[in-house]
Design a protein around this ligand. Structure first.
Ligand SMILES: [Zn+2]
Length: 195
């Protein structure tokens, strides 16, 4: 099943929670930033989330239309805010990530191999858009992909986030379906009510 593109308003509401959950899974945080090359208009985080997917298909990079002068701005993904200078990557378009994965053939390379082959920009952009390699591979049509970056026990990782954002979004970041998260939530509340 192809993962539907999440709506912008949902992204806005859940941005902070998503960053915290991302940190719990990958021990990394991120910020988004876009600076207009023409009028210096700046967009950050939630404001920078409405990417223009189709307008700049000549390269892999995501872009955002400047609300002021309508020029296209690149979007920078800043990993670990404390080390801004060396950890800023230009964000890839979601479609460009998918096109790259579609070129990969069975047996599908591990996350480490893909990261080495396509670089840090690709790696962090993939995690930003899809939440996990497993989820990206599922969108590519590979259901049994072994994602070595995921926590082996996802239950404790997701527990503090249950109910704070949609189950499906939690599922993306730990490579599980929304239904699996929902089931875990139901088990916990059942356990709580019988104790
Ligand atoms: Zn501008």
């Amino acid at each position: 099943m192809v993962t539907p593109h999440r709506s912008t308003s949902e992204n806005h509401r859940n941005f902070q929670g998503r960053v915290r959950l991302f940190n719990a899974v990958y021990q990394a945080t991120y910020e988004l930033s876009a600076l207009c090359p023409t009028c210096s208009e700046m967009r950050e985080n939630e404001q920078a989330l409405s990417f223009v997917e189709e307008e700049n298909p000549r390269d892999n990079l995501a872009s955002l239309r400047c609300p002021g002068c309508k020029a296209l701005m690149d979007v920078t993904l800043i990993i670990n805010e404390a080390r801004k200078e060396e950890d800023g990557f230009l964000l890839w378009r979601r479609n460009a990530i998918m096109a790259t994965l579609l070129d990969e053939k069975h047996p599908f390379p591990s996350p480490e191999t893909l990261r080495k082959k396509h670089g840090e920009e690709f790696h962090w952009s993939l995690l930003f858009h899809f939440g996990s390699y497993k989820d990206a591979m599922r969108s590519r049509g590979v259901s049994d992909y072994k994602d070595s970056l995921l926590p082996t026990s996802w239950h404790n990782v997701v527990r503090p986030f249950l109910g704070t954002m949609p189950d499906s979004m939690i599922g993306h970041l730990v490579g599980r379906s929304g239904a699996a998260i929902q089931q875990f939530r139901a088990e916990l509340s059942k356990r709580a009510s019988t104790n």
